[in-house]
Design a protein around this ligand. Structure first.
Ligand SMILES: [Zn+2]
Length: 201
């Protein structure tokens, strides 16, 4: 082995991150090795508490601080509990919250349906969503899954499940970059997509 194991191990680990190739992994590793500031220690600390310090919101499955039952949004009494926006990931919640134009609450599916990757309804927080709609006084569900093949398939599936429950089902207006993620859309585009949401009934 050309490189000492601790170096090779970190290169291997970095290489497994999305969007990081072997060259970038090597460059990052040597940066960590040579840097004089305390970034490596800080990073190690942050990584070691990343999972233990966080948990899923028990109502919407957004991410929240460990030990809490509800996330910031669900715990806020001023939010409209009858309006639920369905998103794929917590980062989508963040993007919509940045617009400061959504008065309702969320439900985070933690992914999208993908037959190719073998992700079915039971792999997402869909059962929990249907329970929530059944139990609560929900008047409208906004499907805000990504404008991708998987996101559209997920929206169609949820429409089928939700319409018989007598709830209003809408989909974010087109105009979001196709194939892109919600989290990359700018605030004005998101606000327009929310305001122009269309009936799926
Ligand atoms: Zn929540």
């Amino acid at each position: 082995m050309l490189l000492p194991a601790p170096i090779q191990d970190l290169i291997n680990a970095f290489s497994r991150l999305p969007g990081i190739g072997p060259k970038t992994a090597s460059r990052l590793t040597f940066y960590m090795l040579r840097t004089s500031d305390d970034l490596p220690e800080e990073l190690a600390r942050a990584l070691s508490t990343l999972k233990s310090g966080t948990t899923d919101c028990q109502r919407c499955f957004n991410i929240t601080t460990a030990g809490r039952t509800l996330c910031e949004v669900c715990a806020n009494p001023d939010r409209d509990q009858s309006l639920i926006c369905i998103v794929e990931e917590p980062l989508d919640v963040l993007a919509l919250e940045r617009t400061e134009g959504f008065p309702g609450v969320y439900h985070v599916l933690q992914g999208a349906l993908s037959p190719i990757e073998g992700i079915g309804p039971e792999d997402l927080k869909i059962r929990q969503l249907l329970q929530r709609v059944q139990q609560g006084e929900v008047s409208e569900v906004i499907l805000a899954t990504n404008p991708s093949m998987e996101g559209d398939a997920t929206a169609m599936y949820l429409r089928q499940q939700l319409l018989p429950m007598g709830v209003r089902v809408t989909r974010l207006a087109r105009g979001l970059p196709v194939g892109g993620d919600l989290e990359y859309a700018d605030q004005n585009t998101l606000l327009r997509a929310l305001a122009g949401r269309q009936e799926m009934g």
